[in-house]
Write a protein that binds this ligand. Structure first.
Ligand SMILES: [Zn+2]
Length: 274
């Protein structure tokens, strides 16, 4: 049994929930799991006005992610100092500090420096569609994919540490069909708005990590994001069996190295994840 160094690069506190079970399993194997978050989710929702104001939301969400990582038993999170760009089509998209308006080389340099410092074997980020099209999710997927390659090249950002090429790049995602079933089951009578398409078709998923044994911890860490989790929402309404059905595997697309024909990817080298 030996753990990996995993660097998971996301846009907002709570994004890490998509792969938090895998991060826990790695830590339990003696590995190191680090979440690097590009923004503090400053323009996210405030489900309960007693928890934060628009002015304090970034600080509050920073603490929520710290708490979530402590619950998961992984490294404290790291942050880049960009601003949440908001959902597509909102005025926040135009804020000069927004991640989507950031200087490309500036972002890449910081990601390359983090990779060279931490020397991960595995880098994880969102699938290119950002799960459901959030501009920051799409941006961080692109930045991380580029930094993954450039970190290993000596002529790239030579003042950002010694070159280090991580062995594997994964995009994390949901299985689209499974998520759709979950959305449909949780619909309240009379809810008719079209369901958003979330995740990736099952056929494109290369890697399923069973996380049954840490599912309770995953849920507990998710609920630490108190400003974001709607107490009346689908996650809170979901019965444990429904959550288990949705979350008992975490889904990835292995991008580097590409899967060979007939190859079965095992995220951890021994198949039962222990
Ligand atoms: Zn997000």
């Amino acid at each position: 049994m030996s753990g990996l160094v995993i660097l998971a690069v996301f846009a907002h506190p709570d994004d890490e929930t998509v792969c938090s079970g895998t991060l826990v399993l790695n830590a339990r194997r003696g590995g190191r799991s680090v979440v690097l978050c590009a923004t503090r989710g400053e323009v996210g929702e405030i489900r309960d006005p007693t928890l934060a104001t628009p002015e304090t939301l970034g600080q509050v969400r920073e603490r929520e992610l710290q708490e979530a990582c402590a619950i998961l038993g992984i490294d404290p999170p790291r942050f880049l100092d960009y601003r949440d760009s908001g959902m597509a089509g909102t005025p926040e998209n135009a804020h000069p500090a927004a991640l989507v308006n950031a200087d490309r080389a500036h972002v890449l340099r910081q990601l390359v420096a983090a990779i060279r410092e931490l020397r991960p074997e595995v880098v994880i980020t969102f699938e290119p569609g950002g799960l459901y099209g959030h501009p920051d999710h799409i941006a961080i997927s692109q930045f991380t994919t580029e930094a993954f390659t450039r970190a290993g090249q000596a002529d790239q950002f030579p003042d950002a540490g010694a070159p280090w090429q991580p062995a594997r790049l994964y995009y994390c995602t949901f299985e689209q069909e499974r998520f759709r079933q979950f959305q449909q089951r949780l619909r309240q009578p009379g809810e008719e708005a079209p369901l958003p398409t979330i995740g990736t078709p099952a056929a494109a998923i290369t890697t399923r990590v069973p996380i049954d044994e840490v599912l309770a911890l995953k849920r507990q860490a998710m609920l630490a994001h108190r400003t974001q989790v709607d107490p009346e929402g689908a996650m809170a309404r979901a019965q444990s069996e429904e959550l288990r059905e949705l979350f008992r595997f975490e889904m990835f697309i292995r991008v580097v190295p590409p899967l060979q024909p007939g190859e079965q990817d095992e995220f951890f080298s021994d198949p039962d994840g222990r």
